[in-house]
Design a protein around this ligand. Structure first.
Ligand code: RFL
Ligand code: PHB
Length: 393
């Protein structure tokens, strides 16, 4: 088999890249380890920056997003049992974010790919990457007990944090930076109306962080900070709702509509960057190359901006025979990645309770929150990062 670009992973990065390349007339095959249903069953991101929405439009998959997504003009911070709105649109000259689940975005991309008859191999086992330091890279995989090989011009490693692409790079060629946080997020999805349908609510209380988000006007997503040692089985729905209410202001707490959870899971928080993002004819994109703690809602949006830079670079290569975009891919991505890493780390530090922070550290966090909501300069810095920095900095 031969294709121009072999894409590893059918998460949002791989599917979006496949769609943008197809629009530009570039052949691609996607290899995915799981089934399509498994990929759609992972409940993850919910907030899209305008840059991501624009890209989905460019890919021709934004109709349902516009019909069903909810535009948020503000976010709210809760601390000391009081709510403080941050009017992000006013602070950024009219920029907003859109609540639309990663699951729905992935479904739209899968449907568009199927409608265009583009090849995706699900349940591709033992994917391995070869010869990407030369001009004809190859990808091998097993399916139904047989080994297959794809010859290609380029490989796009869109296979997430635990994928094979980053691990295929010789150790001396890659540098990793990592920060692990001493807590996780317990998330609950429920078919109940969101307590705050017009804004995402981020809470910091002495019991820890909380977040009120949504997937639609009838489906909510909530999170609370938990110790890494907690097991999800120890959290009944009732215990979760009680804990969430204790971390919010009395008004919001009294208005939460509870119901059975339809998904409940604990995710650890991590900051991670692997540099560079290009090795010969292998490119890493999305979670394969960087992870942010979800507090800033940046992970999926960074995956989308990587894909924007990568698809433009590949289009430039095939249309103009220029390697300029390919050569600058890693540097362009990393400039944006590190700014999102900084923002996500900062917001995580500001909004969570750390086991070893008490006394002086807690007083400084209290002062910073107070300063943030009363300073236009600092609220603007939060708002412009939250809606997403421009693609060209
Ligand atoms: P994914 O989604 O992990 O997809 C990678 C795909 O590659 C497949 N794969 C392989 N395929 C073939 N061979 C192999 N050896 C393979 N190994 C892996 C996997 O099965 C998978 O299908 O990475 P991608 O596409 O880069 O997308 C990244 C996003 O999923 C991620 O950044 C976001 O979900 C992060 N995130 C958020 N991002 C936002 O922008 N806004 C948010 O509001 C937001 N909230 C979140 C989040 C992530 C969370 N969790 C659980 C980590 C909330 C949470 C709780
Ligand atoms: C979500 O809706 O899942 C969500 C929203 C905002 C975040 C993280 C996750 O910062």
């Amino acid at each position: 088999m031969r294709t121009q670009v072999a894409i590893i992973g059918a998460g949002p990065s791989g599917l979006l890249l496949g769609q943008l390349l197809h629009k530009a007339g570039i052949d691609n095959i996607i290899l995915e380890r799981q089934t399509g249903d498994y990929v759609l069953g992972r409940i993850r991101a919910g907030i899209l920056e305008q840059v991501t929405v624009d890209l989905l439009e460019e890919a021709g998959v934004a109709d349902r997003l516009h019909a069903e997504g909810t535009v948020h003009h503000s976010i709210e911070l809760v601390f000391n049992r009081t709510r403080h709105p941050i009017l992000v649109d006013q602070l950024t000259g009219g920029k907003v974010v859109t609540a639309y689940g990663q699951t729905e975005m992935t479904r739209d991309l899968m449907d568009a790919r199927a409608a265009a008859g583009l090849p995706t191999v699900y349940e591709a086992a033992n994917v391995s990457l070869h010869d990407f330091d030369g001009k004809t890279p190859r990808v091998r995989y097993e399916k139904d007990g047989r080994t297959h090989e794809i010859e290609c011009d380029f490989i796009a490693g869109c296979d997430g944090f635990h994928g094979v692409s980053r691990q295929s790079v010789p150790q001396g060629a890659i540098r990793e930076y990592e920060k692990v946080y001493p807590f996780g997020w317990l998330g609950v999805l429920s078919d109940t109306p969101p307590v705050s349908p017009h804004a995402i609510v981020y809470g910091n209380s002495e019991r820890g962080f909380s977040l009120c988000s949504m997937r639609s006007l009838t489906r909510s997503r909530y999170y609370v900070q938990v110790p890494l040692t907690d097991k999800v089985e120890a959290w009944s729905d009732e215990r979760f709702w009680d804990e969430l209410r204790l971390r919010l202001d009395p008004d919001l707490a009294s208005r939460i509509v509870t119901g059975p959870s339809i998904e409940k899971s604990i995710a650890p928080l991590r900051s991670f960057v692997a540099e560079p993002m290009r090795f010969g004819r292998l490119f890493l994109a999305g979670d394969a190359s960087h992870i942010v703690p979800p507090t800033g809602a940046k992970g999926l949006n960074l995956a989308a901006s990587d894909v924007k830079y990568l698809s433009s670079a590949l289009v430039e290569y095939y249309r103009e025979k220029s390697e300029a975009g390919i050569d600058t891919y890693s540097d362009r991505c990393l400039r944006r990645v590190w700014k999102a890493e900084r923002f996500s780390w900062w917001l995580t530090t500001l909004m969570h309770r750390f086991p070893d922070t008490e006394g002086f550290g807690q007083k400084v966090q209290d002062a910073e929150l107070d300063y943030l909501v009363h300073s236009k300069a600092m609220s603007t810095a939060l708002a412009e990062n939250y809606v997403g920095l421009p693609l060209e900095l």
